[in-house]
Design a protein around this ligand. Structure first.
Ligand SMILES: Nc1ncnc2c1ncn2[C@@H]1O[C@H](COP(=O)(O)OP(=O)(O)OP(=O)(O)O)[C@@H](O)[C@H]1O
Ligand SMILES: *[C@@H]1O[C@H](CO)[C@@H](O)[C@H](O)[C@H]1NC(C)=O
Ligand SMILES: *[C@@H]1O[C@H](CO)[C@@H](O)[C@H](O)[C@H]1NC(C)=O
Ligand SMILES: *[C@@H]1O[C@H](CO)[C@@H](O)[C@H](O)[C@H]1NC(C)=O
Ligand SMILES: *[C@@H]1O[C@H](CO)[C@@H](O)[C@H](O)[C@H]1NC(C)=O
Ligand SMILES: *[C@@H]1O[C@H](CO)[C@@H](O)[C@H](O)[C@H]1NC(C)=O
Ligand SMILES: [Mg+2]
Length: 594
């Protein structure tokens, strides 16, 4: 769920905003805008959320919940948890560049429009927790780019259309808790999903849920519904995630800012194509740079391998780009992150910065092994972490994480971050600490990833723009105001991360938002009632109250609204080691923390 926003400073902002407004004033709304307006007409937005969608805008790109590409085509519509009610308009089928449609956790009713089958760019379709009825349109089988399909917890009936078996790229699939019947398609991609994708449908049968299909469809199907907590066959992990959701809130600001960002660069000369000193040129416009012989392959081998990567190898995507699994012939596996290039002018800056990042090696950091300069994008080659991200572990298979595992992960993340802050030269501010940037190895040891990436996108020369990197919910208050990242803004994000690990809830979980709070607000509320222990995830086993208290005390300091009151990461590691990992025996335990 990464994202970044760009702010122009002071008069520049005003100036360019004005420019943008003047330039765009004269046009009528584009066709994507019309489709969205038609969607809106059908929707009753109980909290007035959609009133900000104004027909007189030239395009819908800064409407709440909407994201566009450079051509002002809508690529994301994300309106979740807003008590929106009404049918889903078939006109959404006209958004033929749409990549993510997230309408989950609302009160939408009626059928899933078959016209969505026209949105062939769709990668994520997230309609769970509504009141949708009727059958699943077979046209969804046309969405050949789809990675995530979740239509669970609705009132869908009828059988699962066999066409869904054609969705070769699906990583997650969920039709749980509906009224589906009949045989689960036994050929195609649906065979790789397990019971957790299908449960709560009384009439389904098939190998996936260990219910044999009776030849005659009328028969009562089940009585041996063994809840197999099965691992998916082939170990394919549920790593694909939808990356939007929280963005709705800052979307408007972000897009205005993005527009103005491009505006800024209209004035800069494009294309400073200079020769790349470090790179070993391998032709075809792409070249590989390796650090310290970290990659025991020839550039040619790597490039050859890179050429074979396609959407089937995607393991996730975030604010900077897409992550692929890169398996070499000798069995070594890497993660390849494709950063879509923003501007030619960044080239040389990138290289210098990447060289620094590549020189940083630490047990609790994800190793950057090299990168590839291609004319269209930057390809960064990292170690592959088989445990996926903490985000997935915490929110998709939290039963895996007992208390000790959680403490250990927090410890690792703290050490990784402390290393960046205190032992690197130059010091590195991460700027985007969050659970999806903490990756886990096979033993559930944490490693901090994506450090320094945010800075890569900053323009150092002009000083016109400051990129506020990071993810809503983790950002320190002063960072949101000033856009200036410091070690202490990282410490704040780390505190939020600790709270997320303890509570098992995302920083902007709906249960907080309903109360007008985020996770930090919730903590402060609990503290005021001396109930802070209640923040702990009830599903977390083996909690030790002494270390919980100590950890809560650290986290509370970290999320203090005043940066000066936050400890350094160095200090955090010290406290964790002395008070949390090896808590005093309770008879010696002295209850005044700090
Ligand atoms: N080195 C890696 N090994 C294994 N999986 C990875 C690796 N790097 C990324 N991933 C997977 O890819 C997903 C997307 O990563 P990515 O960094 O692009 O997005 P993000 O962390 O959600 O957001 P951001 O762009 O802000 O970092 C991660 O959540 C993780 O599941
Ligand atoms: C969907 O595509 C079909 C065939 O290409 C077309 O006839 C139809 O009008 C499209 N529907 C929408 C809503 O765009
Ligand atoms: C979409 O799917 C339907 C039913 O599965 C099929 O009849 C139709 O031809 C498909 N349309 C396109 C454009 O592929
Ligand atoms: C599917 O959705 C249900 C909620 O409706 C959830 O409990 C379950 O874990 C989900 N399964 C998968 C595989 O994501
Ligand atoms: C399926 O059910 C059979 C009989 O009830 C049982 O022996 C088998 O272990 C089950 N398989 C799985 C994967 O649960
Ligand atoms: C059902 O069983 C009959 C014979 O008992 C067979 O002829 C028929 O093809 C079967 N139908 C299906 C759908 O398997
Ligand atoms: Mg990341």
């Amino acid at each position: 769920m990464g994202m970044y926003q760009i702010k122009c400073r002071g008069q520049w902002l005003l100036f360019i905003l004005l420019l943008c407004i003047i330039i765009n004033k004269s046009r009528a709304i584009n066709s994507d805008g019309e489709a969205l307006l038609s969607f809106r007409t059908a929707v009753v937005s109980s909290d007035g959320f959609l009133n900000q969608w104004r027909p007189e805008d030239p395009d819908p790109c800064n409407w709440k919940g909407v994201k566009c590409d450079k051509n002002k085509r809508v690529i994301t519509l994300s309106l979740t948890n807003h008590k929106l009610s009404g049918p889903i308009s078939a006109d959404l089928g006209k958004l033929d560049q749409l990549k993510f449609l997230n309408l989950h956790s609302n009160n939408f009713y009626g059928e899933i429009p078959s016209e969505l089958g026209n949105c062939t760019e769709l990668q994520g379709l997230s309609l769970q927790s509504n009141y949708l009825s009727g059958s699943i349109p077979s046209e969804l089988g046309n969405l050949s780019n789809l990675l995530n399909l979740d239509i669970s917890s609705n009132s869908l009936s009828d059988y699962i259309p066999p066409s869904l078996g054609k969705l070769q790229r699906l990583i997650t699939f969920n039709v749980s808790n509906n009224f589906l019947v009949g045989a689960i398609p036994s050929d195609g991609v649906l065979t790789k999903f397990s019971e957790s994708s299908f449960f709560g449908n009384r009439g389904l049968c098939g190998k996936q849920i260990n219910v044999t299909c009776k030849n005659d469809s009328g028969g009562s199907t089940t009585d041996s519904q063994s809840p197999n907590s099965a691992q998916n066959q082939g170990g394919k992990k549920n790593s694909g995630r939808l990356l939007i959701s929280a963005s709705a809130t800052v979307g408007a600001l972000l897009l205005v800012a993005l527009m103005c960002f491009w505006g800024c660069f209209l004035y800069k000369k494009l294309g400073k194509n200079e020769s790349k000193g470090l790179a070993r040129d391998v032709g075809g416009g792409a070249s590989i740079v390796m650090f310290h012989g970290d990659l025991p392959y020839s550039s040619k081998d790597i490039i050859k391998k890179l050429e074979t990567l396609d959407d089937d190898h995607i393991i996730g995507s975030g604010g900077f780009g897409t992550v692929y699994k890169l398996a070499m012939d000798d069995g070594n596996v890497f993660a390849l992150k494709r950063i879509d290039k923003l501007n030619e002018g960044f080239d040389r800056f990138f290289e210098r910065e990447l060289e620094i990042l590549g020189s940083i090696k630490h047990r609790y950091l994800v190793n950057l092994r090299g990168y590839c300069n291609s004319p269209t994008s930057k390809l960064l080659i990292y170690d592959f972490l088989p445990g996926g991200s903490l985000d997935e572990a915490l929110h998709e298979r939290s039963e895996q994480l007992d208390w000790d595992a959680r403490l250990n992960i927090i410890m690792g993340a703290a050490k990784g971050l402390a290393y960046l802050h205190h032992d690197c030269s130059p010091r590195i501010i991460h700027r985007d600490i969050k659970s999806s940037n903490i990756l886990l190895d096979g033993n559930l040891e944490a490693r901090v990833s994506d450090f320094g990436l945010a800075k890569l996108l900053e323009d150092e020369e002009s000083h016109i723009t400051t990129i506020v990197a990071g993810t809503f919910g983790y950002l320190a208050p002063e960072y949101m105001q000033s856009g200036r990242a410091t070690e202490k803004t990282d410490v704040y994000s780390f505190g939020v991360l600790v709270l997320e690990v303890l509570s098992g809830k995302r920083p902007t979980d709906a249960s907080f938002i309903e109360k007008g709070l985020n996770i930090v607000g919730w903590l402060n509320f609990l503290i005021s009632e001396d109930r802070q222990r209640e923040i702990i995830d009830p599903n977390c086993e083996g909690v030790q109250s002494e270390s919980l208290d100590a950890l809560l005390a650290v986290a509370t300091q970290c999320v203090s609204s005043s940066p000066d009151d936050r400890p350094t990461m160095h200090r955090v590691v010290q406290i964790l080691e002395s008070e949390v990992m090896t808590p005093c025996p309770s008879d010696f335990y002295d209850s005044n923390s700090d």
